[in-house]
Design a protein around this ligand. Structure first.
Ligand code: UDX
Length: 430
C-alpha cells in the first residue's frame, strides 16, 4: 500500500522503516530539512538496533522515501500516519500543536479518500477532534476518516517491538477504517485488537500507567522492606512465579524515567481532573516516583557530614540502559543536588555523555571508563543499569576508590559480595 508518515521521531521513523520492510511504499515527511537529508543518505538520527539497516534496505529497494514536501506526500497516500510529538505541558496536559499542524496540512493537501491514523499518544477524544478538524478544513471533495493506532515500542528495542508487538490496537469507527488497517498490518502477522477510537486512545495510557504503577508499587514496597528487614529482590522473585503477576517490571530502583511513563501518568491524571475525577492510583504512582528519585541522595546525606569538595563518582546518566536518552532520567535530579552541595563530580555513561554535554551545563568532569570514574572517589552513585557498570568486580570499587562507599539505585550488585570485597554498599529495598 501507499503510506505516508508524518514525523520522523521515534514513533514515525520506526513505523516508516518497518512498514517499508514488510513491503509497503512509504513516504516519511518531516519539516526538518537537515534530518530529511540525513535520512535520505541512509543515516539514522537516533540509535536503535536494526533501525539503520532497515533504513538502508528501504532506500535501496526504493520503498522508503523522505521529504519535506508534505503536499505531494499527503496528496496520494492511502493512509497517513501521524507520529509527531505530544510533549508534556507544565500542567501535565499533552501539547497537541504538532498534531493540529499536521491535521491542517492533510486537510489542505489530500486529493483522494484516505485514512488518517493517529499513532502519537493523545488524550482520549483527540481522534474525534482531529476528524472534525480535518472535515471542517478540507479543500477538496474527498472523504477522510480518522483511526487510532497507539504504539507500544520501548527505546532500545523499538524495531523489534514494532515487528513482534504483543498486539496491534486499532481504534476505528467504521468497517472501512478497520479493513484498511487490517491490510496494512496483515504482513506482520500479529494479533489485532479492533476497538472503538476512544478505547484505543485509553489503552495506551492504561498500559503505560499500569507499568508505571507496577514499578512504583515495587519501589514503595522496597522502602518498606528496608524498614522491616526484608529484601525486595527476593520478594520480587517470589511474586514473579505467579503468572497473574508476571515477572517483568518488578525491578525496584531509583524510579522510572524516559519520555513515556512520566508524561503519560501525568496526562491521565490531568485528563481525570478535567472531568472532575481524582485518579488516585496513578496519582500515587507519580508521588512515589517523585520521592523515589532522591531516596539514595537522602540516604547518603545521613551518612556524610558534607558533600563540599567530596569526589563523587556518578555511574550512568541515561534513563535506562541501551539508550542515550536523558529525558526524566534519575541522574538529572540527583546531579544538581550534589553540585549544589559543592560536590566534585566525575560522571560515566557509555552513550549518553555527548547528549548530557549538549543539553546541560553541569560543572562536572566526564570519564570514558568506569575504572577512571571510580579512581580516587570518596562516594559513588549508580543511576543507570548499564552492563559496563554491572560487570565491574566488587573488588574494583575497593581498589580504586579512596573510600569504597557505593549507593546503587539499580540493585546491580549482591550486597554480600560487596561486603566481602570491603565495600560499604547501599541499594534499594535490601
Ligand atoms: C515505555 C514502555 O515500555 C513502552 O511500551 C511505551 O510505548 C513507551 O514507554 P521506555 O520508556 O522506552 O518504554 O522504557 P521502559 O523499558 O519501559 O522503561 C521505563 C522506565 O522504567 C526506565 O526508567 C526503567 O529504568 C524503569 N524501570 C523499568 C524500572 O525502574 N523497573 C522495571 O522493572 C522496569
Amino acid at each position: 500500500m501507499n503510506l505516508t508518515i508524518a514525523g520522523t521521531g521515534y514513533v514515525g521513523l520506526v513505523a516508516g522503516v518497518c512498514f517499508a520492510h514488510v513491503g509497503h511504499t512509504v513516504t516519511c515527511v518531516d519539516i526538518d530539512q537537515k534530518k530529511v537529508e540525513l535520512l535520505r543518505s541512509g543515516v539514522s538520527p537516533i540509535y536503535e538496533e536494526n533501525l539503520e539497516a532497515f533504513l538502508k534496505e528501504g532506500i535501496a529497494s526504493d520503498l522508503l522515501h523522505f521529504t519535506t514536501d508534505y503536499r505531494s506526500a499527503y496528496a496520494s497516500a492511502e493512509a497517513i500516519f501521524i507520529g509527531v510529538g505530544t510533549p508534556e505541558q507544565s500542567d501535565g496536559s499533552a501539547n497537541l500543536k504538532y498534531v493540529a499542524t499536521v491535521a491542517r496540512q492533510i486537510a489542505e493537501s489530500v486529493t483522494h479518500d484516505c485514512l488518517v491514523v493517529v499513532k502519537s499518544t493523545v488524550p482520549v477524544g483527540t481522534n474525534d477532534k482531529v476528524e472534525q478538524f480535518i472535515k471542517d478544513s478540507l479543500i477538496n471533495d474527498v472523504c477522510v476518516e480518522v483511526a487510532s493506532n497507539p504504539e507500544f515500542l520501548a527505546q532500545g528495542t523499538a524495531v523489534h517491538d514494532m515487528m513482534h508487538a504483543a498486539r496491534i490496537i486499532i481504534g476505528v469507527e467504521s468497517k472501512n477504517a478497520e479493513s484498511v488497517l487490517r491490510s496494512i498490518y496483515a504482513p506482520f502477522n500479529l494479533p489485532i485488537v479492533a476497538v472503538k477510537r476512544r478505547s484505543a486512545e485509553m489503552s495506551k495510557y492504561a498500559a503505560n500507567d499500569f507499568l508505571a504503577l507496577k514499578i512504583s508499587y515495587m519501589n514503595d514496597l522496597a522502602n518498606l522492606c528496608e524498614l522491616v528487614g526484608a529484601d525486595i529482590e527476593d520478594v520480587a522473585k517470589g511474586m514473579a512465579y505467579d503468572e497473574r503477576i508476571g515477572s517483568r517490571f518488578l525491578q525496584a530502583g531509583i524510579g522510572y524515567g524516559g519520555s513515556c511513563f512520566p508524561k503519560d501518568t501525568k496526562a491521565l491524571e490531568y485528563l481525570a481532573k478535567q472531568h472532575g475525577y481524582n485518579l488516585k492510583t496513578v496519582g500515587a504512582a507519580v508521588a512515589v516516583n517523585t520521592s523515589q528519585r532522591t531516596v539514595l541522595f537522602k540516604k547518603a546525606c545521613n551518612r556524610m557530614i558534607t558533600f563540599n569538595g567530596i569526589k563523587v563518582a556518578v555511574l550512568g546518566l541515561a534513563f535506562k540502559a541501551g539508550t542515550d536518552d536523558l529525558r526524566e532520567s534519575p541522574a538529572l535530579y540527583n546531579i544538581p543536588l550534589l553540585l549544589e552541595q559543592g560536590a566534585d563530580i566525575t560522571a560515566f555513561d557509555p552513550v549518553a555523555e555527548e547528549n548530557c554535554k549538549k543539553q546541560f551545563n553541569f560543572s562536572m568532569t566526564y570519564s570514558p571508563t568506569v575504572a577512571e570514574t571510580l579512581q580516587g572517589a570518596q562516594i559513588c552513585f549508580i543511576f543507570t543499569d548499564w552492563k559496563e557498570i554491572k560487570e565491574t568486580a566488587p573488588e574494583e570499587f575497593k581498589r580504586l576508590m579512596r573510600t569504597p562507599l557505593v549507593y546503587d539505585g539499580r540493585n546491580l550488585f549482591d550486597p554480600a559480595a560487596m561486603k566481602a570485597a570491603g565495600v560499604e554498599y547501599y541499594s534499594i529495598g535490601r
